[in-house]
Design a protein around this ligand. Structure first.
Ligand code: HMG
Ligand code: MG
Length: 299
């Protein structure tokens, strides 16, 4: 079990990309500020993808150009191709995330290309990012199952993780895009991937559709993984993954890690407040059980 865990809050990107309502740029900026001020070391701030595909992220330039960046905090953005890289560079981004999928059908639906083509697109993006002094993270979607193809072979995930590592990614984030994993499956997938990529270069990116995300995270922490992606208030989803609900809530992860004596450097109450803020903008309640319980007790 790690002594410390690094939290990557993907709420401003993964959460807001799936919201039907348009969230004002100022609200995105305020959310990012609140998460960074709460001590989250990595706040995923936007996506330089095609605005025709994901209109919710069309204002990522404005977001990145408006936020006040705290020293010590990184603000990664999703980059699917060289056009996205150029936008990221113009916005003075220091960390980009390239993304691929362990399922051919999902790859086509999400990025209009095969898995092999996604790597061909990622290669120049990674090279350009590294040459520009950026850090490059790699995502693998459908690491525990696909909305179109069902079960995914851990060997496929491991192969792809090794390929992204070879392109220069410092970390591979393993996405349970539709939240179908269970602890033994998650552990088996991590064990397979760890044969290709050192365990300290793996991250967990679990959606909570079936309520298994915390259990899956615990199973993978026990194997030594020490980076967890989560979304404040449990926001999240992918427009190209039917049935997928939010990421595991940051508040729930923090509560569990605190109980395990694992340090994050993140202020739980400040994240709860950030969740209340964005839920107020969205007109909904936080899905986080820990946030709900904390707020009920405080009231
Ligand atoms: P395409 O349609 O095959 O590409 O899309 P294209 O090159 O033909 O471009 C189509 C149009 O988009 C063109 O404009 C391009 O200029 C423009 P037009 O000539 O028609 O006016 N375009 C761009 N504009 C701005 N920025 C760009 C860009 N690229 C092209 N970067 C493409 C291919 C990859 C671009 C598209 O499929 C795409 O943007 N996909 C992204 C979908 C997405 O963002 N999905 C959600 C994120 S992934 C996720 O949530 C999973 C994750 O959380 C992990 C997990 O949970 O598993 C990461
Ligand atoms: Mg996701």
């Amino acid at each position: 079990m790690p002594k410390q865990v690094r939290i990557v809050d993907v709420g401003p990107r993964d959460g807001l990309q799936a919201e039907p309502a348009t969230v004002p740029t100022e609200a995105k900026v305020e959310l990012i500020h609140r998460l960074a001020d709460a001590g989250i070391p990595s706040v995923e701030a936007g996506a330089f993808v095609s605005p025709k595909w994901v209109p919710q992220m069309a204002d990522s330039e404005a977001v990145l150009n408006t936020i006040k960046r705290r020293s010590g905090t990184v603000y990664p953005v999703l980059v699917p191709n060289m056009k996205g890289f150029e936008r990221a560079q113009a916005a003075k981004v220091t960390e980009i995330a390239t993304f691929s999928a362990a399922s051919e059908t999902f790859s086509q639906k999400n990025t209009n290309c095969s898995i092999a083509e996604s790597l061909e697109r990622a290669a120049p993006v990674c090279a350009a990012g590294l040459a520009a002094g950026m850090r490059v993270r790699g995502y693998i979607s459908c690491a525990l199952g696909c909305p179109y193809e069902g079960d995914i072979d851990p060997a496929k995930v491991a192969e792809l993780a090794g390929q992204l590592l070879a392109l220069g990614c410092y970390e591979i984030s393993l996405g349970d895009t539709i939240g179908v994993g269970t602890p033994s499956k998650a552990a088996a997938m991590i064990q397979a991937v760890a044969r290709e990529v050192p365990i300290d270069q793996l991250g967990l990116h679990f959606h909570d559709t079936y309520g298994q995300a915390l259990a899956n995270i615990l199973a993978c922490l026990e194997l030594g993984v020490a980076t967890v992606d989560s979304a404040v208030a449990g926001l999240g989803g992918c427009p190209y993954a039917p049935g997928a609900s939010g990421n595991v809530a940051t508040e729930d992860v923090l509560y569990m890690l605190d109980g395990l004596g694992i340090e994050t450097g993140v202020d739980f109450a400040a994240v709860v407040a950030a969740g209340q803020y964005i839920c107020g903008v969205l007109g909904r309640e936080p899905t986080s059980k820990a946030a709900q319980a904390y707020l009920a007790k405080a009231a």
